[in-house]
Design a protein around this ligand. Sequence first.
Ligand SMILES: [Zn+2]
Length: 213
Amino acid sequence: MRLIIVGPPGAGKGTQAESIIEKYQIPHISTGDILRENIKNETHLGKEAKKFMDHGDLVPDHLVVALIQDRLSREDCKNGFLLDGFPRTVAQAVALDAQLKKLGIKLDRVININVDDDLLIERAVGRRVCKTCKATYHVKYNPPKEEGVCDIDGGELIQRDDDTEKTVKNRIKVYHEQTAPLVDYYRAQGLILNIDGSKAIGDVFDQIVKGLA
Ligand SMILES: [Zn+2]
């Protein structure tokens, strides 16, 4: 199974990705992990990428593509993979297509997790995190027994700086701007599998499994 997963911040993409790799026994390939690994192992590409990151710059497309190419050519990707966070742009998607063609393989599906913006905002803005143990709560969907207090250790529950309405709205806006062209690109290839991400975690996973069957 050769898959890509996309979804807005807060849609539960990470949780679904974990279930997918477990069920289909494929590696989870995320740009962040690959970058960290290459930098840690001081590979040629890792050193190149680090130069940009040290300056606070984005790692340029050609490097990201090269890192992904290197990763996809490894043995554990023979039976498939789940790409997460790549491609981010149509240019990257075109580069990926060229690479897959060279390897003689094709993508099976692009899993597109959809959640209404209003619900994403509600989920994020209502999130509370324990200062001590980092346990997460939600004021409406998963409230602690006592308001503002962690059930586990009595720690103070706080709202993270990046969970304010303004930040969350901006994060979602950036996501839509980036991802809409990408979804269009894969829709034209008939690869998009639309998933309703507003449902419970188990229901969302059931939709994915049915869609991939
Ligand atoms: Zn706690």
